[in-house]
Unconditional design. Structure first.
Length: 291
């Protein structure tokens, strides 16, 4: 009788707890993957009201996020138009072949508005790519590294040629099952290699190494470029960082590339870190995944 009573009690408890478990999973799915769940809302008890409130809150939150994104895109588009007006006038002045001092001022206006355009475009890119990262469904998939390296090579080849930089790739681990979208993983590596090229000197070398160590998959991208001081590491991964610098061939920085890389890797259950021995001593970016 005692066992029967215990079994009945457990069944009743499980019945009572189940709505809370379902509601908790719905919240986790939305918070982690922005996945919209459909909770039952026709129950009238306390657990049913809880699920109903959670369902409504999730959809209200999604609606608010979507409306905010659309509003920001509209405002950004209008800002580009406002910035274009003074640039148009400055170009009109330049077409009239004015004096040297007026030409200089008009060129400064063009340069300033170009900077505004770039800032607005980078801001829109940040919003779109953040939204893409949030929506990714991180199911574990097999990634064959030789395949993605070939694709990455195609995207960075011209940058390497322009500075006569050799890309040395060492693949010690052929494949791994990772919770990351392959396209986003390629994007991260392209960004890290492009960043290394930007801050490397002409006729130098960039090394990529993929290997296993202590139940971890390690991917490193290292260069022999301008490097950075240790106290600047945290600043590297901030969006619109103040540490944005020109490359060794005066390449400009968006200030969002490394920030997005870190977000993508962290949302895929990995980590991204950076290290350098100091200025002009190169840098290394290190991705780690538990396997």
């Amino acid at each position: 009788m005692t066992l029967l009573a215990t079994a009945i009690t457990l069944l009743v408890l499980n019945h009572l707890i189940k709505p809370i478990t379902v509601a908790s999973k719905a919240l986790d799915d939305y918070r982690n993957d922005r996945k919209l769940s459909v909770l039952p809302t026709d129950y009238k008890d306390e657990a049913g009201l809880l699920m109903c409130n959670i369902q409504e809150s999730i959809y209200e939150s999604e609606s608010f996020i979507s409306e905010k994104q659309e509003l920001i895109y509209m405002l950004s588009h209008d800002l580009k138009n406002f910035a274009g007006n003074p640039q148009g006038l400055a170009k009109l002045i330049l077409s009239e072949e004015p004096s040297e001092s007026v030409t200089h001022l008009a060129e400064l206006i063009c340069e300033s508005t170009n900077l505004q355009f770039r800032y607005i475009e980078n801001f829109i890119k940040l919003l779109k790519e953040q939204d893409q990262v949030i929506r990714v469904n991180n199911e574990a998939k097999i990634i064959v590294f030789s395949n993605i390296i070939n694709f990455i090579n195609e995207q960075v080849e011209q940058r390497l040629i322009d500075k006569n930089i050799n890309l040395d790739v060492a693949i010690e681990t052929k494949e791994a099952k990772l919770k990351i979208d392959e396209g986003l993983f390629v994007q991260v590596l392209v960004n890290l290699i492009s960043n290394a090229v930007k801050f490397s000197y002409f006729d130098s070398e960039i090394k990529i190494k993929i290997y296993n160590e202590n139940s971890k998959l390690i991917i490193t991208v290292s260069d022999k470029g301008i490097g950075f001081d240790k106290h600047q590491i945290e600043e590297l991964f901030k969006k619109f960082t103040k540490m944005s610098r020109l490359g060794t061939a005066n390449e400009s920085s968006t200030g969002i590339g490394l920030y997005l890389c870190k977000k993508i890797i962290e949302r895929s259950k990995g980590s991204l870190s950076a290290s350098s021995e100091g200025k002009n001593k190169g840098a290394e970016f290190r991705i780690e995944f538990e396997i």
